[in-house]
Structure formats: C-alpha cells, structure tokens
Design a protein around this ligand. Sequence first.
Ligand code: ZN
Length: 95
Amino acid sequence: MNDDILRAPFTDDEVRILDVWQKNDYLHPYTCCDSEPMKATTDGLKCDKCGRLQEWVHDFSLRESAAEYNPSKNRNLGDAIYTTDDFKNKEENNE
Ligand SMILES: [Zn+2]
C-alpha cells in the first residue's frame, strides 16, 4: 500500500482532482464536523463549519484515475485506501 503524504500548497489542477475525489460517492471524502466533506483549496482542505485547515492529503487522492473511480467504468483505483464500505463490496463483487 502506497500511503505517501502530500502537503499544501496544491496546484489548481491538484485542487480540481481533489474536488473530484471529495464528491465521488464511491470514495470516502476527507471530513470534519458532522462528517461534512471538506472543501478543496490550494491551501489544503477547509471545513466551512469550523474553519479547520488540513494541509495534507494522501498521494492517491491527487491521482486522477483514483479520484474519478467509478466501478461501472472500470476505473483503476490503484492502491487508494479511503473507500466506503459500499465501494469495497462493489469491488469484491467485480473481481
Ligand atoms: Zn470542522
């Protein structure tokens, strides 16, 4: 499992990919208060409720192929670990 940490500032392209990750129902988003998905910015992930700024992400979260994962399109998740249980079940059924 590749679990390298990447730190802000992020490029506009990285923010775009991270935003895709945060909104992908098949993946587990980075969350803060009340499991609210955090907002992707160049400074890091921001919580709109408490203002907390998380300045790091797992490297796979900035990988477009992982962020756009969709089992019906056979996207390759790579070695991402932030997945929902629902997604894990889908993956097992596909194999
Ligand atoms: Zn918060």
